[in-house]
Design a protein. Structure first.
Length: 472
């Protein structure tokens, strides 16, 4: 049979295939079966998003899932064997899961670290006030938000109120359809001539983020603050709390919207809090699925990342290092020798290229929706300031791990040089003398009340973490 000339690849095409990176859409590089698996995997991820809107709720979900999978609370006096599964609950706000490896900690440990806190509106210690017959909560935003995005979004109230008797009350109002929601108001366009002419940071500032929570007075006499009194009375009847109890509470407002499929092709998920639950869920499920790894694997779901990782549940705390110290001494190792041989995937998101805001990105070095898990060699700003920057050797190792198992992945830089910047927990782990690189999911509209990710990318991040854990 004669060869159809058109089907024969030109020399240039063959060379291109051999020498150039394959930049095709990730969806055409993977099988239909793999896309189906991604869709299935993301069903429970959506439930996780809806159940775990704060670090406390995510930590509770992780502990419950871990216990169901046979993980038991770590006891440093106990002896553990390869394959044993343990967890550590740090103050109900950060969780570590470990699966003991065949070699224990002797060749270092493999770390997968994601954060479970997300930008939100925290209530101030004295939140409740009444003004012009409306009751409102004062808030102090947590993490990097564009403040103008938060008014007119339905909000729900989450958190805990700790009481002097040692007990604590879990608060969750506004998630269910039949429950009330809350809202930050905005000025009508008719009267916003002055507001609209201001720069964004001035037009809507932190003290504008007041949440409307009530409008009816306690009764019809004309004593002052009756609307506030009515709200406090509702809270007293529901929780038995008085105004002083706000002083010992962690309460916040988050969008009350649910995670849902996005796009006619249902290829994406729109939700509050993808950053960084979209990496925390893959890290958690990879830890649960990892049976008998070579080296001990530790999954850390940490808190405080969005505000710089300070605090006893954040990655600047010693809680992970102390845990590794305990594991090392049980193996007769010095923790410093274990750390020097340890490897880490800092599982965090990157900004997906957005064609509507193309000028903020550098197209050759951006990550894209549907091109798989994104590896971010360095973050930082102003000339790679404040980032660990993974070494060439470690990048080669990760390429080998992922390519060997056909995990779809890409690289990404956070926007244009000098366009802004950001950071992850990678540098704190690198400072402990381990090898680390960021790997996670590309996100559109990061830090907005609704962020967007691709289902295929979520699944590939799970696969990347799993293969990294199980690599021999
Ligand atoms: Mn993040
Ligand atoms: Mn973030």
């Amino acid at each position: 049979m004669m060869l159809n000339k058109k089907e024969e690849k030109s020399e240039a095409a063959q060379l291109r295939e051999k020498l150039f990176r394959n930049k095709k859409n990730g969806c055409v590089k993977v099988s239909a079966d793999e896309i189906k698996k991604a869709d299935e995997y993301c069903e429970e991820y959506k439930n996780f998003l809806n159940r775990a809107k704060t670090e406390r709720e995510a930590a509770a979900y992780a502990v419950e899932a871990a216990e169901k999978a046979g993980f038991v609370e770590y006891d440093r006096k106990k002896k553990y064997a390869p394959g044993d599964k343990v967890f550590v609950n740090n103050r109900n706000k950060a969780v570590m899961l470990a699966v003991m490896g065949k070699n224990g900690t002797h060749n270092g440990v493999r770390l997968g670290i994601a954060h479970i806190d997300s930008p939100r509106l925290d209530l101030k210690p004295n939140p409740l006030y009444e003004q012009n017959n409306l009751a409102l909560f004062k808030t102090h935003y947590y993490g990097g938000i564009k403040k103008y995005q938060w008014p007119t979004v339905p909000l729900s109230l989450h958190g805990v109120i700790a009481l002097k008797d040692g007990s604590s009350i879990t608060v969750n109002i506004g998630e269910k359809e039949e429950e009330p929601c809350f809202c930050v108001t905005d000025l009508l366009p008719h009267l916003a001539v002055e507001q609209m002419s201001q720069v964004m940071t001035k037009a809507f500032n932190g003290e504008h983020l007041n949440v409307l929570i009530g409008s009816r007075p306690f009764n019809q006499d004309d004593e002052s603050e009756n609307v506030k009194l009515n709200i406090m009375n509702i809270l007293f009847e529901k929780y038995g709390i008085t105004e002083d109890d706000f002083l010992s509470a962690d309460l916040c407002m988050v969008p009350s919207t649910k995670a849902r499929d996005l796009g006619l092709d249902r290829s994406m998920i729109g939700s509050y809090g993808h950053d960084d639950r979209v990496c925390a869920y893959p890290a958690l499920t990879a830890a649960i699925d990892a049976e008998m790894p070579e080296s001990t694997i530790i999954t850390v779901l940490t808190d405080r990342e969005e505000i710089g990782s300070d605090g006893n549940t954040g990655m600047k705390s010693t809680f992970m290092f102390d845990f590794i110290s305990d594991l090392a001494s049980a193996d007769g190792e010095e923790v410093r020798h274990v750390m020097a041989k340890s490897t880490c995937l800092s599982a965090d998101v990157n900004a997906a290229f957005d064609p509507t805001y193309a000028s903020a990105f550098e197209a050759n070095n951006s990550c894209y929706i549907n091109n798989g898990a994104v590896i971010t060699k360095y973050t930082g700003s102003g000339g790679k300031y404040s980032t660990s920057d993974a070494s060439a050797e470690y990048m080669a190792y990760i390429r080998k791990v992922l390519d060997g198992k056909n995990v779809l992945w890409q690289t990404g830089e956070l926007g244009k040089v000098d366009g802004g910047g950001g950071g992850t927990i990678a540098k704190f782990v690198a400072n402990l003398n381990a090898d680390v690189v960021d790997l996670g999911v590309p996100v559109l509209s990061m830090h907005a009340p609704m962020e967007i990710v691709s289902k295929l990318d979520v699944y590939m991040t799970y696969r990347a973490l799993y293969e990294f854990y199980m690599y021999k």
